[in-house]
Design a protein around this ligand. Structure first.
Ligand SMILES: [Ca+2]
Ligand SMILES: [Ca+2]
Length: 212
């Protein structure tokens, strides 16, 4: 009786285990099948992802500019599965990712891209400060978020319009009256005499510069 009980128990255990394996295989199969049917509908830039030094073929991916073949050790990097971003063929990738001539990507102002002949091309931006050009009678001001290059601003050009006139004097007087401070004294064209403070001497120097 006891042996029979053990046999029944083992039978149930093995059946359950087989069923589990069966279901797992089915799940695996349906997942892969679905993935094969789901082709990427977005062009994810894979150029910065390190898939490893292996030579396994991963598929066709988008590198931010063009479609190219990718290889590596696997689709999963840092627990993220990039499989869904790969196309089966170059044609499929180009169908989805190829751009319209004249389109521009300007997310990063220093890395603008424009579409020529259906392909993204980088627009080279030469910034004067990085090229070593001096900012005569002024100081380079760091670019805002939507600009790439710093701007050369004349000392005293307090309204940043590229010329020195009475409007700059008015702004400068306001700054002094309201005890304004410069955000960064190394980039402070309002500090006309560059002594680290705002006072009447800056106004005098600005007026002299305008008159001269
Ligand atoms: Ca001005
Ligand atoms: Ca000053």
């Amino acid at each position: 009786m006891f042996q029979k009980f053990i046999s029944i128990f083992l039978f149930i255990a093995i059946s359950a285990s087989q069923n589990h394996i069966h279901f797992s295989t089915n799940n695996l199969f349906s997942k892969n099948y679905d993935q094969l049917l789901n082709r990427p509908d977005e062009c994810f830039d894979l150029s910065e992802i390190n898939f490893g030094m292996c030579e396994m073929y991963l598929g066709v991916g988008w590198n931010g500019y063009n479609c190219e073949y990718f290889s590596g050790c696997g689709w999963i990097v840092d627990d993220i599965d990039y499989y869904e971003y790969f196309f089966d063929t170059l044609l499929e990738c180009e169908d989805v990712c190829q751009c319209e001539d004249g389109e521009i990507i300007d997310d990063d102002p220093c890395n603008l891209r424009e579409c020529f002949d259906g392909q993204w091309q980088e627009i080279i931006i030469d910034c004067e400060e990085e090229m070593g050009l001096p900012c005569e009678n002024g100081v380079y001001i760091s670019p805002s978020q939507d600009e790439c290059c710093s701007t050369c601003v004349l000392y005293g050009d307090t309204n940043f319009d590229g010329t020195l006139n009475i409007l700059d004097v008015i702004v400068l007087v306001d700054i002094i009256l309201y005890q304004g401070q410069c955000a960064d004294w190394y980039e402070c064209p309002e500090d006309v005499n560059q002594d680290g403070i705002f006072n009447v001497l800056d106004v005098i120097e600005l007026v002299n510069n305008i008159l001269n």
